[in-house]
Design a protein around this ligand. Structure first.
Ligand code: PBG
Ligand code: ZN
Length: 335
């Protein structure tokens, strides 16, 4: 059977199915619902602190009390999950803050799980925010330059993930792009008795200019070099499928494509090829661009945001990670 009317049918008129909102809803192929949304949040120590991110209007570095307020507001609107990033007080060469039992993310997780037990708490697992040099792995510098030490980094990532889960995190999301980190984290979680805790891996994460505003938000810009030795080349789609296959082999339960809108082809292929639960991360610059143009009155921020998220769903995303999650939840309610 063909997907398309091929001539043997009496005049097929697509317009017939567009006559009313109810009819359009009946035949709609893709739904955008609050249940799909994940809200990323940035936490740092302090009290009553809401430090704005210049390039991301409406996004703040929050102290734990304010984080709780922000998470509660989203949760009341039906947003099922948050994704936490931490900004530590001090950075060093071994990212101690990333796996400190009383690190900022670990504190935040305990608070959120105590006050909002129904809210899913996902933690970003990476070292860049905690490293003085801002890279996602351990760096060795010598005469020939600087190198990322992949395998020694795995232990630290596994420790960080374990400390998040011990604090109560429901899911961990490694974003570092070191080879073998999903297996290292899976083995460590299993060893500690957390066989039931899922891993959402940033499986196809591209070295992207779309992360610019995030590095201000998370204070994680590399002090030298860039991330192209561990993040993916935007030119490569087949390689993205191999990265995803590897993460699935290593034990990833959910795979992510990041950024989202400029990588819908990747998203589509990942979902078609593996059929795994798939997340799209609408990253910082995707948010900033819409905010900037919206503030000028050049675009309709709300319509454009909803259309973009719907496109990610259509391409195959089950999960939508977006800084606009709370606004979107509100808009979907008003609709
Ligand atoms: C850190 C990390 C980054 C993002 C998520 N985790 C930045 C980077 O890799 O440089 C980007 C998110 C965004 O831009 O919204 N590993
Ligand atoms: Zn990182």
């Amino acid at each position: 059977m063909s997907l398309y009317p091929v001539g043997q049918f009496p005049a097929y008129r697509p317009r017939r199915l567009r006559q009313s909102p109810a009819l359009r809803q009946l035949v709609r192929e893709t739904q955008l619902q609050v249940a799909h949304l994940v809200l990323p949040l940035f936490v740092r120590s302090g009290c009553k602190l809401r430090r704005p991110i210049a390039a991301m209007p409406g996004v703040f570095q929050l102290s734990p009390d304010e984080l709780l307020r922000e998470a509660a507001r989203a949760h009341e609107l039906g947003v099922p999950a948050v994704l936490l990033f931490g900004i530590p007080d001090r950075k060093d060469a071994k990212a101690s803050g990333a796996y400190a039992a009383n690190g900022i993310v670990q504190q935040a997780v305990r608070l959120l799980k105590k006050e909002l037990p129904q809210l899913l708490v996902i933690t970003d697992v990476c070292l860049c925010e905690y490293m003085e040099h801002g890279h996602c792995g351990i760096v060795r510098r010598d005469k020939s330059g600087a190198r990322i030490l992949n395998d020694p980094t795995l232990k630290l990532l596994a420790r960080a993930a374990a400390s998040h889960v011990q604090a109560g995190a429901d899911l961990v999301a490694p974003s570092d792009m070191m080879d073998g980190r999903v297996r290292a984290i899976r083995e460590e979680l299993d060893r500690l008795g957390f066989q039931e805790t899922p891993i959402m891996s940033y499986a196809a994460k591209f070295a992207s200019a779309y992360y610019g505003p995030f590095r201000e938000a998370a204070e994680s810009a590399p002090k030298f070099g860039d991330r192209r030795s561990y993040q993916m080349d935007p030119a490569n789609a087949a390689e993205a499928l191999r990265e995803v296959a590897l993460d699935i082999q290593e034990g990833a339960d959910i795979v992510m494509v990041k950024p989202a809108l400029a990588y819908l082809d990747i998203l589509y292929r990942v979902k078609a090829e593996f059929g795994y639960p798939t997340a799209a991360y609408a990253v910082s610059a995707e948010y900033s661009m819409v905010k900037a143009a919206g503030a000028q009155g050049w675009i309709d921020e709300r319509a454009l945001t909803l259309e973009s998220l719907l496109a990610m769903r259509r391409a195959g995303a089950d999960i939508l990670i977006t800084y606009a999650a709370t606004d979107v939840a509100q808009w979907l309610r008003e609709k």
